[in-house]
Every structure is written in C-alpha cells, then in structure tokens.
Design a protein around this ligand. Structure first.
Ligand code: CA
Length: 446
C-alpha cells in the first residue's frame, strides 16, 4: 500500500501547478468577434459547418452558461486581459474610431494583464489580431506584456485593405510598424499565429488570438463564398464565408499544435467577445433574447469552450455560470502562478475536474451605462435605465420572455441588494462616446 507521501507523488494526484516533471502548458486564447450564441455547430448551427471550433468542445468542455463582462468589444477585452470587472477601473465603454476616441482611452496602466503575468512566469507571449485597448504608444500590446504583436490597434478593420482606408490610425502592424498585408486578414492571422507556434514550440508560450472575424465589414474572398453557393441571401452568405475562414484558421492552429506534439499540453480557450449583432451581420443568438449592445442574454451569453487534453475531461458540458474574467486566473494557475488577490475571475480548473462541485461564482454582474444586470443562481435582474427593472428565472425561461418583477418582490429585492453591493465598488467611466450608455431603445407604443 502506498504511503500518503507516495500517493501524492504519483500521477494520480498531480496538482495543477506544473512540477519539474511536467511541462507548463501552452496557453492559446482564441477570441471570435461579434459571434452569436447559435453560430457554432455544437450550439445548433446548421448552415455553417464549424468542425474545428466544435472539436474544442469535443476534446474538452463546453460552457452552456458562459458569459462575457460586457455586450461590446473593448470593455469585454479589458475584463478578459485583467481578470477584473472593467468597471473597477473605468473601462466601461468602447472608444469609437481613433479620430473620435477620448484622449485618455486605453486599458489603464494601473492594471496587470494576463500577458504580464504569464511573461513573468517564463512564457513567450504573442498576440495576433484585434487589440482595441488603446491607440497611443503607451497602450500598445508590446507595452502590456506581449513580446510580439501582429494585428491592428482599433476595433473594426477591413479584411481586404491593410490600410483600412476610412478609419485613420488603424493599419495592420507588425510590432509598431505598419505592414502592407495583401492576404485576406483572417488567413494572414492564421499564418502569423502558426509561425509564432513554430518559433516557440520548445518552450511554454501564450498565444492571444482575437480574430476580427466575424465583425463587420462583411467581406470574404471567392474561395469561401464558393462554399456557400446554397445560401441565397448575400449578407448571410458572406457572413458564413467569414465564419468558415475563421474555422479554417483555428484548424490550422490546432493542426500546428498536433504537428509539434504539444496539443496534449496546451490549454486552449475559445470565446466570443459579445453576442451577435443580428440585424447588421445576421449573427444569430437563438434562443437568447437580444443582441450585441444589450444586457439581455443575447448580448452577453456567448460560445465558450476549453480543451486541455492532459488534464481536463473530454466532451463534457459544464452548466454552472462562468465568465470570461475566469480565463486570466485559470491560465495563471495552470502556468504554476498564483492569481492576484484583486481578481474577480476564478480559477476554473478544480471545477472542471470535479474537485470542487460548487459554483465558481455566487453571482455575475454587468454594468454598461444605463443598463445593468445581475445573475444569481437561475435568477437574473436587469435594469434598462430610469426605474424599469425586469426579473427572469433563466432556469425555466432562458429566452427572457416572462418578466417576474411584478410577482417576485422578495427575489427582486435580494438581487437588487446584491447588485448594489457590487456596484458600490465600481468607479465612474473614464470616457464615453455620445452613442454609448444611453440604454435600450424602448419600443414606441402603437
Ligand atoms: Ca465584438
């Protein structure tokens, strides 16, 4: 019989912190832009095959209640990079294009990024894609923990025009130098990401890959358009083409990990930054209510997957609510580090292996100008500006159709109190643009 000491020395009980015998896992963080809840195969998409994205769920865990901390791009990324609710440090709104951005716009320099943490743990750190966390030099990715950067600084970008004419100050860059990129941008990002893996295959690396796909503008090359000749709606056909290109790019990255025999030791996340803006791009959030820009589920409840073949179960659906803020502490823990004490995110690894059978969060919170929400267990309270609040039981009503605010006064009060306590620790937005924070448009009464 094994002694206690021998038992703990066997592989049956390896803690997640990397030991001398195990390689620290590579960390690959794939982010899709404006991807609706319903647009991947494992969540019900029928018209756009996404075999490579789906393979992450099949090789690992799919979060059925995965959230982001904001229904739009930049604030979600601020939460993702820091593991903290972005309202803690005033990063509540998008900046708008470079020419319109507030002079102080950028992920505040008081904050430590996931790349800073992993770099200090000995990781090679590379970023390929859309930054959207500051245009000025002091906010550049290579000043925020990344050794390398290929991508663009802004929030939206043409896929076919590297200069992104019409949006000043947002060229495709390698490091800090604009480059003339003539390849379809999603393919260029795949080329750069796989080259980063080739270069760093012998050491632990962190690859942050926020695609601009499938954000507008709707642009795709003929190669992808030809795959969807069966779709007659041209908008939908182009969206499908952009999705397919992104899925191909993710396939190339996963293939590259397999080619170097490091897939087993790679922690791979896939998450969307906010819900689909269905009217603009067709990106669907069915069966969720609402769209990008709203705190209804359709704006914040997103595709969210993770695989780590050596450590995590395969083909599992995890139903407790989680949030993209959890990626930072999960990655730092997997890398053998200790997450910062001021984080709002939680290390998910013990929950995913079944060591901890509880819920990672007591409650999740959102604040986006006049809109706000809190989810506690199955209950969600949301505010739409002025005094209107709505209360839903997501366990019975995921589509937020039956507002129970008028009949569940005690639950309403409990959630309001929970939200107010969280919100008391937030700060005022550091910037805002005219279009943001005005709350949901109310339907005019007929
Ligand atoms: Ca987005």
């Amino acid at each position: 019989m094994l002694s206690r000491r021998e038992f703990f020395a066997t592989s049956l009980f390896v803690p997640f912190a990397a030991t001398a015998q195990t390689r620290k896992p590579n960390i690959v963080l794939l982010v899709a832009d404006d991807l609706g809840f319903a647009e991947i195969g494992v969540q019900g998409s029928k018209d756009i095959p996404t075999p490579h994205i789906d393979s992450i769920a099949k090789s690992g865990v799919r979060f059925s209640h995965g959230y982001v901390s904001c229904p739009v791009c930049s604030p979600t990324r601020a939460g993702l990079m820091t593991g903290r609710y972005q309202q803690r440090f005033g990063h509540e709104f998008n900046p708008g294009p470079a020419a319109e951005a507030s002079s102080n716009f950028g992920l505040p320099l008081t904050e430590t990024t996931i790349a800073d943490r992993l770099k200090s743990l000995g990781y090679a750190t590379g970023m390929v894609g859309k930054w959207h966390l500051g245009y000025k030099p002091e906010f550049h990715p290579m000043r925020r923990g990344f050794d390398e950067f290929f991508g663009f600084p802004g929030g939206a970008h043409s896929y076919l025009d590297w200069k992104d004419r019409g949006r000043e100050g947002n060229p495709v860059m390698r490091g800090t130098t604009p480059v003339e990129e003539t390849t379809y941008l999603t393919e260029a990002f795949a080329r750069e990401a796989t080259a980063f893996i080739d270069k760093n295959k012998s050491r632990p690396f962190f690859l942050y890959m926020p695609f601009n796909a499938v954000h507008a503008p709707l642009e795709a090359t003929q190669k992808y358009q030809d795959r969807f000749a069966n779709i007659s709606d041209t908008k939908r056909r182009t969206f499908a083409s952009m999705m397919s290109a992104m899925d191909d790019a993710i396939g190339k990255i996963l293939d590259k990990l397999r080619e170097h025999k490091i897939e087993e030791d790679s922690l791979v996340f896939f998450v969307a930054d906010n819900g689909g803006p269905t009217p603009q791009t067709t990106s669907s959030n069915v069966p969720l209510r609402g769209f990008k820009g709203q705190v209804y589920e359709g704006g914040i409840h997103v595709p969210f997957l993770v695989q780590w073949k050596r450590r995590l179960p395969k083909g599992v659906v995890y139903d407790q609510p989680v949030i993209a803020l959890d990626i930072h502490p999960t990655a730092v823990s997997a890398a053998g580090g200790v997450p910062g004490a001021n984080l709002d995110g939680v290390n998910l690894l013990p929950f995913l292996t079944g060591q901890n059978k509880g819920a990672p969060h007591d409650a999740l919170y959102w604040r986006f100008g006049a809109q706000w929400a809190v989810r506690k267990g199955d209950w969600k309270l949301l505010g739409l500006g002025q005094s209107a609040v709505e209360l839903y039981n997501l366990g019975a009503d995921l589509s937020e159709k039956n507002n129970l605010a008028g009949s569940e006064a005690a639950k309403l009060k409990e959630l309001q109190t929970t939200y107010d306590a969280w919100n008391a620790k937030n700060v005022a937005p550091k910037w805002r643009t005219e279009r943001q924070g005005r709350g949901l448009k109310k339907k005019k009464k007929a």
